[in-house]
Design a protein around this ligand. Structure first.
Ligand code: ZN
Ligand code: ZN
Ligand code: ZN
Ligand code: ZN
Length: 581
């Protein structure tokens, strides 16, 4: 592999007049980049050393060739389309150069940052789009996509490789830029964006990147986007659930933790969230539960008190808490240092890496905001509410002293009320139920399990449509489908924003590959709950089988209204050319 990187410098040299075909360049340069970005320090060091040894042939002259080629390719009028392949090879070469040795304050000469920003924007608007299989012919003969339950998945660098290499280039140029405004090139005392340019730059480019983070990109591009944003003080992975949780930070009603600072200040927090997202801030759970550290505060509520070390800066701690609760925090240039120190101490790896301007390593994961750890057995201890399903099944609970034998989940009020107005009102109402430790949720176990996942991760768990689904019996498929109908129905009463839509799309996609028996049962079940959109989806999925289902007597369960819907849909289906079958 290391020899390969030497060969690559050869490739780069020969390709400086761009004579080599993209078929040769892409795989060779990709191999080199994988080594330059290797999580293994030795490989990474050797690769960049060998590469920089070979680079003097090329030197700054080559860099200028690349940059002017990129510039002329991106500044042409919108009407003519981009030469995407040329942009791609230029970007890959550029990435090799900037990764093998630092180029400080490049923007003094040309403005590569503007050029790369334009390319990235065009990629995000899909005007430039190249997939690996378009470039390298050998991939056409290889296996692509997914094979049943064995999912080969997407490459880490994502579908659009131009986007990825553009981001790598931009991150590295920005990272080695210091004390110059990237917009107006003015010299600065701190940071890389002057006061005058900040607003415009934020609205223009940074917002585009932030929006891209909520798109479905793969880990590679997402990591680089997050790391680029962090250079401008926007650190973390913003998410909808994280946004909701930000109000938990100021919610003192349910706070059961006081962090005491050496200057006498105290900050309220929630053990459930801290222990799931930033456990290093707390003494060990055993020690916390076993000791008398739980004391009554002045209102008679019992809280844990934890004394912080006197080296902990209170502003930095507030930033760390914000990140812990929401997964995202803005860190200004003036406060980077103490926040970075504390993030490292707290083992908040993604945040610490961003604040240290570290290079994302090939194949490392982009961490989403997620609270599901809080449901794990140890953290159960901080649970203050039990959600019990409507079910006669038995379930053994692994939570120490718990005696409940029906299916249930040990949950946390703080998390529940952020996504559910009904529960928020219930807990505040002072009604008999609001003091109970157990809430009976009008859902079967399947549905409750999915709902809890939604509360803690912000997404309904999806069922993969592969042989595992196809091998389920009709009954098992039906119970999955019915769970979505139950959720959709509960969403109306509990004001669960987005659950109705997510359930519908999940059920619709499953219906396409469900057995007709499961689908017919589901139609009856959903109609019973008044979930008509689901009924329609179910009817659409089996309508083409109508005559066969009718003759086999499977439709006896359905009432006249549903049969009518089915007949109408069948007629529509036959008239649109499906009748020949
Ligand atoms: Zn191959
Ligand atoms: Zn399979
Ligand atoms: Zn400026
Ligand atoms: Zn239990």
């Amino acid at each position: 592999l290391l020899v390969c990187s030497l060969l690559a410098t050869d490739v780069m040299r020969k390709s400086s007049p761009m004579t080599l075909s993209k078929d040769v360049q892409e795989p060779a340069l990709r191999a080199v980049l994988m080594m330059l970005l290797s999580p293994n320090g030795y490989i990474q060091y050797e690769a960049s050393f060998k590469l920089s040894e070979g680079l003097p042939y090329l030197g700054d002259g080559y860099l200028n060739v690349l940059l002017s080629s990129l510039e002329s390719n991106t500044t042409r009028s919108v009407a003519t389309s981009f030469d995407s392949f040329k942009i791609m090879t230029n970007l890959m070469n550029l990435a090799c150069l900037v990764l093998s040795r630092p180029y400080h304050n490049l923007l003094n000469k040309r403005n590569p940052i503007d050029v790369l920003s334009i390319i990235i924007k065009e990629c995000l608007h899909n005007n430039i789009h190249i997939t690996r299989s378009k470039v390298t012919s050998h991939l056409h003969f290889c296996f692509e996509g997914s094979s049943c339950c064995c999912y080969l998945g997407e490459e880490w660098e994502g579908e659009n490789i131009v986007l990825y290499y553009g981001l790598v280039g931009l991150f590295n140029l920005l990272r080695s830029t210091t004390l110059v405004c990237v917009q107006c090139k003015r010299k600065l005392d701190v940071g890389i964006l002057c006061h005058d340019c900040r607003d415009q730059y934020t609205e223009d480019f940074l917002i585009v990147l932030q929006r891209a983070l909520s798109q479905s990109l793969s880990s590679g591009p997402k990591l680089y986007i997050a790391h680029i944003l962090s250079l401008f003080g926007l650190c973390g992975s913003p998410s909808k659930l994280g946004g909701k949780m930000s109000s938990a930070l100021d919610n003192n009603d349910l706070a059961d933790l006081e962090l005491l600072l050496s200057d006498g200040e105290s900050i309220n927090a929630h053990t459930a969230i801290i222990s799931a997202r930033c456990p290093k801030l707390l003494p060990s759970v055993k020690c916390l539960l076993g000791s008398d550290e739980k004391v009554k505060d002045e209102w008679g509520k019992s809280v844990y008190r934890v004394q912080m070390s006197d080296r902990v800066d209170s502003h930095a701690l507030k930033k760390i808490l914000e990140y812990t609760y929401t997964g995202f925090v803005m860190v200004g240039d003036d406060i980077v240092k103490p926040v970075r120190t504390l993030a490292k101490y707290c083992h908040l790896k993604p945040l610490a890496e961003m604040l240290q301007k570290e290079q994302p390593r090939w194949n490392s994961d982009y961490t989403r905001y997620d609270l599901t750890v809080a449901l794990g057995p140890v953290e159960h201890s901080f649970s203050d509410i039990i959600l019990e399903a409507q079910s006669n099944e038995e379930m053994k609970c692994d939570h120490g002293p718990c005696q409940l034998s029906t299916p249930h989940v040990h949950s946390h009020k703080t998390v529940l009320i952020m996504s559910c107005d009904y529960l928020r009102a219930l807990f505040r109402s002072g009604m008999h139920e609001s003091f109970s430790d157990v809430i009976r949720v009008p859902l079967g176990w399947q549905a409750l399990d999915k709902l809890v996942h939604w509360f803690y991760s912000g997404e309904l768990p999806s069922v993969a449509l592969d042989c595992r689904w196809n091998n389920l019996s009709s009954d098992e498929q039906r119970s999955h489908l019915n769970a979505y109908a139950e959720l959709s129905s509960l969403a109306e009463f509990w004001f669960l924003e987005g659950v109705k839509e997510e359930s519908l799309s999940a059920a619709s996609s499953l219906l396409g590959s469900s057995t007709s028996a499961a689908a017919v049962e589901f139609v009856a079940f959903a109609a019973n709950l008044g979930q008509w959109e689901m009924v329609e989806a179910g009817v659409r999925s089996v309508a083409h089988l109508y005559p066969r289902l009718r003759d086999s007597g499977r439709l006896e369960r359905l009432d006249e209204e549903l049969l009518n819907m089915l007949r109408t849909e069948y007629v529509r289906y036959s008239q649109h050319g499906g009748g020949g079958n």
